[in-house]
Design a protein around this ligand. Structure first.
Ligand code: CUA
Length: 157
């Protein structure tokens, strides 16, 4: 079968690219430990606070000065707590669970963005250095009231 030289070179180039991609994936997965942000990494035991802190409710807890823990509850169609007020420079660890279906959370102007799968707890830590208002929204379509799912982190001076 005759294959044009030009076409053959492109086939070789495309084949070569595939080899490079597979090699890169293998190196990343096997040697560098790169993982997709999947279920396994996000599944952690729910924060066992005890006492007045009911894991089925949303709450904010101060662990130390400028160190907070937030147990966040997502459901159709709200987040609890809806408003989180902290001083600037605070590091907050969010434990986020869903009461019903799959939701998501994105806190604007931060690196916080994760899915919230029912039956799992997403854990995200972020340090809020700059004062201001950080709106968070559900970024996974979850039905008629999806666009109502929002709240804000208020970082005070
Ligand atoms: Cu919850 Cu969209």
């Amino acid at each position: 079968m005759h294959i044009d030289r030009y076409e053959r070179n492109w086939i070789r180039f495309a084949g070569g690219l595939l080899v490079v991609f597979v090699a890169a994936l293998t190196v990343a997965a096997v040697f560098l430990g790169v993982r997709l942000p999947g279920i396994a990494e996000q599944t952690i035991p729910i924060a066992q606070a005890g006492g007045e802190y009911d894991i089925n409710k949303g709450w904010i807890r101060e662990l130390a000065p400028r160190r907070y823990e937030v147990n966040m509850r997502a459901r159709v169609w709200s987040f609890e707590p809806r408003e989180i007020r902290i001083p600037a420079g605070s590091t907050v660890t969010f434990y986020i669970h869903s009461d019903d279906i799959t939701h998501g959370i994105k806190i604007q102007n931060t690196t916080v963005s994760t899915m919230i799968f029912p039956g799992h707890v997403a854990k995200v830590t972020y340090t809020f250095d700059k004062p201001g208002e950080y709106v968070f929204v559900c970024h996974e379509y979850c039905g008629a009231g999806h666009h109502f799912m929002s709240g804000r982190v208020i970082v005070e001076e």
